[in-house]
Every structure is written in C-alpha cells, then in structure tokens.
Design a protein around this ligand. Structure first.
Ligand code: GAP
Length: 445
C-alpha cells in the first residue's frame, strides 16, 4: 500500500490514464474543481447509483423515486432559508486577490494572507452566498433570477403530496432522488471531494412527530450498513455527531458518516432529523396547507423529516481510495483496484490465449454471451500477464482465459483479481459462476 501522501497523486494519475476521471475542459487549461467522468468512471458512477437506488427504492415498498428539475421557483430558496443563510464568511486578500473561508485564517496570523504572506492585506469577513444564480428568460434583471439548486432535497419537499397521492402512500414513507446540485464553494479541493457541481443521492423520510427519534436511529444503521455492503472497509468508517454549533438550528439531531481519507476523516453523508421545519416553511411561504391527515387516528400534523443525504461523487472517490492498492505479483509490481464486483466498471476481461487454434472464435462467442448480462471487455493484445494487469488496474474482478483445453472440453480459466486463484469453469456456467461470486463478495480489511 503506498504512503497516504502519494496515494492521492497515484490515484489521480490512474484516473486519468485509465479513463475514470478527467479535468473538465482540459485543452483550455481546465476549469477549477470541475471534472468529467470517462468510460470507466461513467460505468462506475452508474453502478454506484444503481446500487443506491436498489437499496433505497427498488427493494422497498415504503420509498418512491423522483427526478425533480434543477431550476425551481425562487421562493423555494427563500422558504428553505438558503437565500438568507446559505453563506460562508469569506475574506479576500487586497494584494494577491486570493479568497479564503474565514475559518482558514489562523487567529495568530490574523490579517496576513496565507497565499502571498503580506501582512494587513486581508479584508473583514463578508458573507458570501454559495448558490449559483442565473436568469430565466432573455432579460437579466433581479425579477428573473433563478438559482441552480444547492441540494436535491427541496424538490422532494415541494412534491411530497403529489408523490404520496400518485403512489398511494401513507406516512411513514420516503422519497428518494439522485441528481445534480451546485454550490459556489469558496475552497473546493481534494480532487472530486469538494466541487462546485456534484451529484447527491438523497432520501427524505416523512414520519409522524414523536416517531422521528426511532426512525432516525433506524436510518443511521441502514446507511452505515450500505457502505459495508458497498465493500468499503469498516475500519475507515465512523459516525460523527454534530455538536450544537455544527447543527442547523432546526435540526433535532445530525450525524455524519465519515471516511478516513488520506487527507483526514471527512463527511460522506449526513443523516438529519429536520423536524417539521421544511414543510412548515413551505406552508408559510406558499400559503398551501401541507399538513397530513391520518385517517386511522383522525390526527392532523405536519410531518417530520428524517433525511439521508449522500454525495455521489464523494462516494465514488471513496470507493476508489478504498480500493487502490499496489502489490507484487510474480516479482512484478502491479496496481490493483479492489472494487466490489457489484460496482466494478468491467466485470470480466475475456482473453484468448493466442490468436489461433480456434481460440479467438471461442472467446468471441463467450464475450457475446456474457455481454447480455455484464459489461465485459475483450482483449487479445499482448502477453497474458499484461492483459491481466490492465484489468487489475481497472478493478475488473474476473479474468477469463480461453486456451487449448477450451476447444476440447469448453472450459475456461477464471482468475480472481484479489486472490489470484485460477479455477476451471465450464463456459456455459460462467454467468452463474460470476453471479454467485459477486453475491458472496466481502471486502477484506
Ligand atoms: N440536503 C442536505 C444536504 O445537502 P449537506 O451535508 O450539505 O446536506 C450532503 O450535503 C452531502 O452532499 C455531503 O455529505 C456530501 O457527500 C455531498 N456534498 C456537499 N457539498 C459537496 C461538494 N461541494 N462537493 C461534493 N459533494 C458535496
């Protein structure tokens, strides 16, 4: 395993080399904190989202999906408090023009710019709203301002009764959504950890007041277990409970799930008991009654919300950091991504040992059969060891080699990326073999 300080550098270079993540607009020098997902990255991201969607929507009868628009009525952001409060205090250097979050300036160095070192060069702290603004329609005036949503949650709140009625749900129930969010972060950084455009995977669970504490505990457990099932090492995950200073004033409780990155313990997901704050505010600002009538108990109340809010890009970065490894195989150094097979961008490499003796034809047939089930990759170029290495670096869990014996008895060799064990498997049993191995996968510490 490489030193922590090298790990991020090595990972960033692997991401570019193998097509996981590129800098946005690279030929123009890049755009700060914006990234593009390449062929392997986009597969990994889709698999990750599917894994979340399956756990949070498809396998549950009490959660419905939603895909709300990014642009919403500007009053939404007044009601939510984002227009007034979604700010970070920032300080500018009058000399070099660098901008810092106020908490980045050490008290003992007050007034001194951390970038250019000039003393007495810093402005007073001013509040800076993190929402991106744009204009709706051709006239650029205040009346036409709309915001790029800074969280997906509000699209869920304003649709709660649409979804509830359409899907014939009753409280307790939840709405889940995956989508882009935008924040004009003052100090983005650490590769894709903090960016200005990112995706969230959020679920809002609507409950009766008084049952919120119990549901909050339930969701905390469900969510940490999800990371375990995703194959993230348990020893690198923990909960961080927000102190009263960290917690939003309306939240009754807030915990973060944190991961130990090479740059420290950092938040992956927030689990919040948001009380009835959000729906009360939307009721006040929209003038619409947003209370729920329970026809069993004949009670009327504004639902409480327990929120689970994860960053998709941040979780993807976590899967890569957690999976990155370097070891030595048969005297040769290799880089390997020990990704869970469930999210691995390519599930198997298909390798005819040589380009003759019927092997390419047999390998092509296996390749076409497997593509009906999995994303697989055909590679007949170079020595077999090099082909294995290329797939190890891409996080591909299975290497399937078609050799002379395949032509005689229709079996192939399957090499395991992590244990390097090789097994002989009948080619018509490959799908079942891979499915079984994928289901049984657990990450070693
Ligand atoms: N609706 C609640 C909410 O948005 P948050 O803690 O501000 O809560 C939730 O954000 C998650 O979104 C974070 O835990 C993180 O994973 C992700 N996230 C937030 N800001 C981000 C950024 N600038 N870049 C990447 N991911 C971010």
């Amino acid at each position: 395993m490489p030193e922590s300080k090298n790990l991020m550098d090595n990972l960033v270079s692997l991401c570019k080399r193998r097509g996981f993540i590129f800098r946005s607009s690279e030929i123009y020098g890049g755009l700060n904190s914006c990234y593009d997902y390449g062929p392997l990255g986009v597969e990994l991201k889709r698999n990750l989202k599917d894994f979340w969607w399956k756990a949070m929507v498809q396998t549950r009868d009490d959660i419905e999906g939603l895909d709300a628009s990014i642009l919403m009525h500007p009053r939404v952001w007044e009601a939510s408090g984002h227009v007034a409060n979604f700010t970070d205090p920032m300080i500018d250097c009058k000399i070099c023009k660098a901008r810092f979050r106020a908490d980045e300036i050490k008290p003992e160095k007050a007034g001194q710019c951390p970038r250019c070192g000039n003393k007495d060069s810093l402005t007073e702290a001013r509040n800076f709203n993190l929402m991106f603004k744009t204009f709706m329609g051709p006239v650029e005036e205040q009346a036409n301002v709309v915001y790029m949503r800074p969280e997906t949650a509000q699209g869920i709140y304003v649709n709660v009764y649409n979804v509830m009625q359409a899907a014939r749900q009753k409280i307790p129930f939840g709405i889940a959504q995956i989508g882009k969010a935008f924040r004009n972060e003052i100090t983005p950084g650490n590769f894709t950890f903090r960016t200005r455009e990112f995706e969230q995977m959020e679920m809002q669970f609507f409950v009766k007041p008084g049952t919120d504490v119990q549901w909050f505990e339930y969701w905390k457990e469900q969510r940490i277990q999800w990371y375990d099932e995703l194959g993230i090492r348990k020893s690198r995950l923990h909960f961080h409970e927000h102190t009263p200073e960290e917690r939003a004033f309306y939240a009754a409780a807030a915990f973060d799930i944190e991961y130990e990155f090479p740059f420290g313990w950092k938040e992956l997901e927030g689990i919040h008991n948001r009380t009835n704050y959000d729906l009360s505010k939307h009721q006040e600002f929209s003038g619409k009654d947003l209370s729920y009538f329970d026809d069993q108990t004949r009670e009327k109340f504004i639902p409480y919300i327990v929120e689970t809010s994860a960053g998709c890009d941040r979780t993807l970065l976590t899967t890569l950091v957690d999976a990155y490894d370097e070891d030595v195989v048969e005297g040769e150094a290799r880089t390997v991504l020990r990704l869970s097979p469930v999210i691995a961008p390519i599930k198997a490499g298909i390798f005819p040992l040589v380009k003759k003796g019927g092997m390419p034809e047999a390998a092509q047939k296996i390749y076409h059969d497997l593509t009906k089930q999995f994303h697989v990759f055909y590679d007949d170029g170079g020595a077999i060891g090099r082909r294995y290495r290329r797939m190890d670096e891409a996080g591909t869990p299975f290497g399937i080699t078609i050799d002379g014996q395949t032509i005689e008895d229709q079996t192939v060799t399957v090499r395991d990326r992590d244990t390097l064990a090789q097994e002989r498997v009948a080619s018509d049993k490959l799908v079942a073999y891979m499915q079984e191995k994928m289901a049984a996968y657990t990450r070693k510490e």
